[in-house]
Design a binder for this molecule. Sequence first.
Ligand code: ATP
Ligand code: MG
Length: 528
Amino acid sequence: MDNITNNFITDFIKEDLGENLNSLITRFPPEPNGHLHIGHAKSIILNGELAKHFGGKFNMRFDDTNPSKESVEFVNSILEDVKWLGYDYGDRLFYASNYFETFYECALNLINKGLAFVCDLTGEQVHEYRGTFTEPGKNSPFRERSIEENLKLFKEMKEGIYKDGEKTLRAKIDMAHPNIVMRDPVIYRIAHIHHHNTSDNWCIYPMYDYAHPLEDAIENITHSLCSLEFENNRPLYNWFIEHAWIGESKPRQIEFGKLSISKSILGKRHLNKLVSEKKVQGFADPRLLTLKGLRSRGYTPEIIKTFVNEVGISKADGTVEIELLEHHARDILKKETKSLMAVLDPLKVVITNYEGEEELELENSSEAELGSRKVLFTKEIYIEASDFMENPPKKFFRLAPGVEVRLKGAYAIVCEEIIKDSSGKITELRCTYDPQTKSGSGFNARKIKGVLHWVSEKYAVKKTVNLIDYLLNEDGSLNENSIVKKEALIEKEITAEDERVQFMRHGYFYKNEEEELNLIVSLKSSFK
Ligand code: ATP
Ligand code: MG
């Protein structure tokens, strides 16, 4: 995790904490209004690993201050995903909604200092008064209310005397501030909505920009790491810590570049749309880069972590090619998966001069520690249809009439005869084998170029495989063929110990909950 633990953020941390690096407290603060995706994983990994690296603490915190879109289902889904990734927050699980009382006290603090006022402007009017990048805003006509009046009105807001939208509490900063977020931002709004945690106790809810710094301060977060879009809000973050916060802690916000990935869709809003329009099968659809999608596809936390570390932490947003993720998947899966034979588009081959059956010993992988296995060889087998051509071009090193190829781990065969049905479709090949070419016998009398994978007709098992492709085409349109189902013939049953396997010359597959095999990643890469 070198890149995660050594970057511009860790420079700041070292500068700030000096000898006391283990006083570092980070947090992952999702709003429970959707499912996590690989972008969130970057934030979890960054915050989790930094805490680990410096001997500090990592807080899991729900930023649940906007009840209209939040739910317990999302809370549970997020916790499950964070644990799956390997970040055990232990008892450090917090809910911003448990701080509502403190937020309220801090608001009273602001009012008492003359730094907040109750405003009767409508949302639309607030917007009109705000000004633009080039023009200053106008003061609200309610800005000069007395502290007593503000205290009274704010308490009434809390007591539920007013309707949604009738009043807001606003910070009193500067309507001519060059940074628009500093122009008397709204800090409380009225919303008579049920909250998943606080039920109907509150009908005023704090705004994100106000609540977030206070949440950090309450939890003694030392470094509050967030994505770049919050850079503009940093002065406001600091303003609330300085003026509203009633404690001593001083969290520091640092922004980093958001992760986006080519040919895929992240972002809760976009993911929700895909799911609600039924373009995918749900949030765990294996084509999605949600954490649930990645898990059901067969990705492991290790792959995701390695990838995130490789991408690194930078000050700028950037799109990473999805091929980099796939590269790390291959790199890791290569070391831990057995390589088996599976035929996706079977073509029958009868070896006319072979009788009976025999057990062959095949290496499980080029990685020696993965051992070997026994495979039964029989007279009738299947090869991949694309491994045969009746009229091959010059450099076709697979099976063709009169051409000799090796069957992986078995014998060399020559195609003697092609059987076709009445429509001219090839239905079967008749081949002969040469007994002295047995694999491992040291045979080298002839050079045999092609090696084909095969399965025994008698012993192969049939399994549904899902050939998964990118969700988006190069031009950003939805790829209509992003899942192709096939009935594959596999040399043997995939046992529980082999959740993930390689199918020789195809790719890495994962046995999902439905006992179907998902293509995690194909063997070949176009990544440079
Ligand atoms: P989305 O962008 O998918 O709508 P969000 O930003 O609304 O997600 P939050 O629940 O607010 O999701 O995010 C929790 C944390 O995850 C925040 O600190 C946010 O900065 C971080 N985060 C979200 N998306 C990414 C991303 N693509 N890359 C890095 N960090 C991210
Ligand atoms: Mg966002």
